[in-house]
Design a protein around this ligand. Structure first.
Ligand SMILES: C[S@@+](CC[C@H](N)C(=O)[O-])C[C@H]1O[C@@H](n2cnc3c(N)ncnc32)[C@H](O)[C@@H]1O
Length: 243
């Protein structure tokens, strides 16, 4: 994939921003359970359980608090982050455990992962900070690495303010990502949007969104270009503003 200069520059900024935010990494460990709780109030676990996690990529894994929840599962786990130190710490944390692979990436693509080789991707509490060009790049990569029928669960920004500005000036460091842009990029990447749920973070309502996208299962799966009758079974599960 051709990398744009702007996306590479934005990734360099993200690498610097997330290199050593010890306060975040330590504090976040304490509240990870709210996302993973079975039958909990947060939509993450319910949507995560719809993935086929046989071969799952966690993008922007940080220090590995989410994949740690799967440490005893027999599935294959591929942890990716652009900060080398985070991956080194994950390698120590998961030492001796089977079925883990670790990748330091460039913050824009997933070229180390073979096409059609994974069943699921997830990214939580990270993509909210990615410039939309980087999100678009990753969506095209998810389309490439997923097997047909594979899904990605992505927690991204839904913040419409400060176009072209520094994400760190925005509420909860959410990037400019006006409603509809993520879906537009997903469709242009050849993915189908199965469901989106927006929710608040901090003091700001609806600033975040969880999107479940699928790589269409050739040849019968619903496509963005399919006529309305065939797409309806996906549409009934699109409660854009459910909390
Ligand atoms: C707020 S932390 C969240 C870490 C982890 N997802 C969690 O919930 O604990 C953001 C993470 O995203 C990573 N990151 C930032 N930009 C990235 C990019 N463009 N590609 C891959 N990882 C990135 C950072 O290195 C950091 O680990």
């Amino acid at each position: 994939m051709e990398l744009t200069k702007a996306a590479v520059e934005k990734a360099d900024i993200l690498r610097r921003d997330w290199n050593d935010d010890e306060d975040y990494y330590q504090g976040a460990e304490e509240w990870v359970n709210i996302f993973w709780e079975l039958g909990g109030k947060h939509p993450f676990r319910e949507m995560f359980d719809r993935l086929d996690s046989s071969v799952v990529v966690e993008l922007a894994c940080g220090r590995g608090r989410h994949s740690w929840q799967m440490r005893d599962w027999p599935n294959q786990k591929i942890l990716v982050d652009l900060v080398p130190e985070n991956i080194e710490l994950c390698q120590k944390r998961f030492a001796g455990l089977k079925n883990f692979r670790f990748i330091v990436n460039n913050g824009v693509d997933l070229h180390q992962i073979d096409s059609g080789s994974v069943t699921a991707v997830f990214c939580y509490d990270a993509m909210v900070h990615f410039d939309h060009e980087i999100v678009y790049s990753y969506l095209r990569e998810f389309r490439r690495i997923l097997r047909p029928g594979g899904m990605a669960l992505l927690h991204h920004s839904n913040y419409p303010g400060n176009p072209g500005g520094d994400y760190k000036a925005n509420p909860s460091w959410r990037c400019f990502m006006p409603p509809g842009l993520f879906k537009d990029y997903a469709i242009k990447s050849g993915l189908e949007v199965v469901e989106q749920r927006c929710f608040g973070w901090g003091e700001t309502d609806d600033v975040d969104c969880l999107s479940l996208v699928v790589k269409p299962d050739a040849p019968d799966a619903p496509q963005a270009s399919d006529p309305p009758r065939r797409r309806r079974r996906w549409r009934v599960r699109l409660p854009w503003r459910r909390r």
